[in-house]
Structure formats: structure tokens, C-alpha cells
Write a protein of this length. Structure first.
Length: 436
């Protein structure tokens, strides 16, 4: 039997997981939420949710993958069969389906980013009517070649495997992302009028702590920011050696993911306020507001290139995980060759994503369905499988393999709290049409 490939060490593993976690939500959603829901006061519920619930979820998903030496599809099925529990085959599909469906719409967005990066290189982006251009590009056939390019680049990396592909790429992309972020922060906070943006982010409005919506949005942001869906982090955990410390790795991922979100906030909001624009979130922030800022900023051409390059780093590193998880399912469960599995998943993602290229309405509905329903359900299924079906005592032994400070039985109530919280993410997402 062929030996399963593993990450070379903790650093490579943490950087790969950071690559998955640091995505567009850190950049186009967190800065706006930080300002809109109490400034620095928002950080209190956010930190609570990230470092207690998010870290717990990461520990569960990493450990489940490592204990089974496979991703969610095979891991859940095998666990249910070993314990003589029904419905394992049906339930096992959902987490992997969730991450595959995320790839379908996410690769469309990464394609938009590539388009804007190349437009920033040739300066074309600054010659267009910025407010109108995105609407004439997204949701049209013009986005299809860029969608394809995003998938081709992601495929090229994932085909190389874990150590030579995903790990090596993230060892370049993640440090590069933080370096570019720091350069952009220095430029942003030194702009005239940037202090208003800093106040928007940092002045605490304590009354928001007494508003339920603040805690709801903090919970949603924290859950999705660490990429919990019951499959992506499980598959990365399955490539982790027994000697590695999972609780420590999970905490590192949570810390550096939070730092990246804060850095993004200090890039974007000071610049937005410096030029008298309204703070926004979502695609309009990246593809309308920020190009307008770079068009007006001294040396904006250079900083625009750096900005969209950093977004490419974040987007591609996340897409790699989304492609690896369903590809691994075909490899481990159905014995597909890596080349065939990766190409098949990427081809399906491209073909199914074509209607999303052509219609922003379809894109929005697809993204909402995946993030509101599939992702939290996938995380709930994986967590229940590991903690209850596999058994807490077995789970705790696997969690503590390689751990310098072993976790005790207190982790059981923490696991219950996490599963309840993930269920709340699902219910509240349905009520509010998304909180991620």
C-alpha cells in the first residue's frame, strides 16, 4: 500500500491551514463588521468566538482527519460502519459536497480578482468608469476565461501533491500576503484623513455589546473565518504526522487568521475614509471602492498592483483547499489517481460554475445556499461523528497525540458548546439570510 503523503512539519501545516482560512471574508467582510458593530467593542465577542469556538472546531476537524488518515467522505463512512450506526453513507457526502460547492462559486470570484490584477498591471482599471465596469464584467461571459484561469492555476498547484504543491505554495503565498499587507498598511494610515478610518475601527462603542446582532455577527464571522465546513480542515489534518501538536496548531491558525483580518481592516478603512467614501462590504468594496481609491492615491498604480496581488494570494490559497478536499475523497474512497481526481473535480466546478459566471443573481443564490446551509451542516456532521460516534475517549486520545500540554475532559463540554454554536450559525443564518 502506498504511504499517505504528509506535511513536512508543523510550519507547513499551519501555513497551509492559514491559506485555507485567510480568504475573502477576512478582507471584504471583517473590516466593515468591525466598524459597523461597535468598533473595538466588536473584538470582545469576536475574540471569544474565535479563540474558544473556532479553535475548538479546528481541533476537532484536524484530529478527525489525522485519526482516520483520510478526508470526511471515507472517514465518516468508516466510523459509522465500525460503530454499526446507520446513515453514514448519506451523511458522509454532505461535508465534502459543501466544500466542493464552495469551490464552484469561489473560483468565479478568484477569476474576478485575476482580471482586476491584470487590469491594475496595465493601468486599464484606472481608465474605466470604475463604478460601472464591475457590473458590465461580473455576471457576463467576459468573466469565463478568468474563471478558467483561476482553476487552471489552482489545479497546477494541487496536482503537485501536499508537500511539493500545497505546502510549498503556501510557504510562499502566506509570508508574501503578510509582507504586502504591512506595506499597504503603511501607505494607508499615512494618507491625509486616515485618522477617521482608524477611529471607525478602534473607538469602542460599548453599547453594541448589549445588542444581540453584534454577537450574532461575531459568531458568524468567527465560524467562517477559520474555514469550518467539516471537510477542508479535516483533509489537511489527515496529512498531519502523529508527532505534531494539534491544539497548538489550531491556536496558531486562529491567531494569525485574526491578525490577517485586522491587517486588512487597517489597509481598507483608513483609505476609504481618507477619500470620503462610504464603508462597504462584499464585492463592491474590492472591485469598485478600492480601485477608485488607488486611482486617486499618489503612487496608486503601484499600490493597486500590490493590493490585488495580495487578494490573489488569499483567494488561490483558499481555493487549493477547496479543490483538495473533494479530490482526496475520490482518491481515498474510490482509488482514483490524483491527476484524474483533481482534473475531474476542477472540470465539474468549471462547468457547474458557468451559469454563475453569466448571472449575478444565480451566483448570489448559490453562494447563500452553500454558506447558510451546507457549510454549517457539514461541520456539525463531522464534529458529531468524531466526538460521539467515534467516542469522546477515543477522540481525546487522538487529539493529544503529540500534544505538549494534553487536553483534559473539559474538552467534552467545549465540544458540545461548539456543536450547539454551529447549529446556531445554521439557524441564525436561515433567519437573517446569512451571517458569515
Amino acid at each position: 500500500m502506498k504511504t499517505r503523503e504528509t506535511f513536512s512539519g508543523k510550519l507547513g501545516f499551519v501555513l497551509a491551514c492559514l491559506g485555507s482560512a485567510i480568504g475573502l471574508g477576512n478582507i471584504w467582510m471583517f473590516p466593515w463588521r468591525l466598524g459597523q458593530f461597535g468598533g473595538a467593542a466588536f473584538l470582545i465577542p469576536y475574540f471569544i468566538c474565535v479563540f474558544i469556538l473556532g479553535t475548538t472546531g479546528l481541533i476537532i476537524e484536524f484530529s478527525f482527519g489525522r485519526s482516520r488518515r483520510c478526508g470526511s467522505l471515507k472517514g465518516i463512512q468508516d466510523t459509522f460502519e465500525e460503530k454499526n450506526k446507520p446513515f453514514g453513507k448519506i451523511l458522509s457526502v454532505i461535508p465534502t459536497l459543501a466544500v466542493a460547492c464552495t469551490l464552484i462559486f469561489y473560483s468565479v470570484v478568484v477569476g474576478w480578482i485575476f482580471k482586476y490584477f491584470f487590469m491594475s498591471l496595465n493601468g486599464y482599471i484606472y481608465k474605466e468608469n470604475i463604478g460601472n465596469y464591475f457590473d458590465t464584467f461580473a455576471g457576463t461571459s467576459s468573466s469565463i476565461p478568468w474563471h478558467l484561469l483561476a482553476l487552471i492555476i489552482t489545479v497546477a498547484i494541487v496536482l503537485l501533491g501536499i508537500t511539493k504543491g500545497i505546502e510549498k505554495a503556501n510557504k510562499i503565498l502566506m509570508p508574501g500576503l503578510f509582507i504586502v499587507f504591512i506595506i499597504l498598511i503603511i501607505r494607508s494610515v499615512t494618507l491625509k484623513g486616515a485618522v477617521a478610518g482608524l477611529e471607525y475601527l478602534l473607538v469602542p462603542h460599548w453599547e453594541f455589546l448589549f445588542k444581540p446582532m453584534t454577537w450574532i455577527m461575531a459568531l458568524g464571522q468567527a465560524f467562517f473565518t477559520v474555514s469550518l465546513n467539516g471537510a477542508g480542515m479535516v483533509v489537511y489534518g489527515s496529512y498531519l504526522k502523529d508527532k505534531e501538536d494539534i491544539p497548538s496548531a489550531a491556536l496558531n491558525v486562529a491567531i494569525f487568521d485574526t491578525i490577517s483580518a485586522l491587517l486588512a481592516a487597517f489597509i481598507i478603512m483608513p483609505a476609504v475614509f481618507s477619500f470620503g467614501l462610504d464603508p462597504t462590504s462584499g464585492p463592491s468594496l474590492l472591485f469598485i471602492t478600492m480601485p477608485h481609491i488607488f486611482n486617486s492615491m499618489p503612487l496608486g498604480y503601484l499600490f493597486g498592483i500590490l493590493f490585488f496581488l495580495s487578494i490573489i494570494f488569499a483567494g488561490v490559497s483558499s481555493a487549493m483547499n477547496m479543490l483538495e478536499a473533494p479530490s482526496e475523497a475520490l482518491i481515498s474512497k474510490f482509488k482514483f489517481k490524483r491527476v484524474f481526481a483533481v482534473l475531474l473535480i476542477a472540470t465539474i466546478a468549471f462547468l457547474v460554475g458557468l451559469p454563475l459566471d453569466l448571472s449575478m443573481e444565480k451566483f448570489g443564490k448559490w453562494a447563500d445556499f452553500v454558506t447558510i446551509y451546507l457549510a454549517p451542516i457539514g461541520s456539525i456532521i463531522a464534529s458529531i461523528t468524531f466526538i460521539w460516534v467515534y467516542g469522546f475517549d477515543n477522540a481525546l486520545k487522538d487529539i493529544n497525540k503529540g500534544s505538549k500540554k494534553p487536553i483534559g475532559n473539559w474538552f467534552k463540554p467545549m465540544s458540545i458548546i461548539f456543536i450547539v454554536s454551529a447549529t446556531l450559525v445554521l439557524i441564525l443564518g436561515i433567519i437573517y439570510n446569512g451571517i458569515g
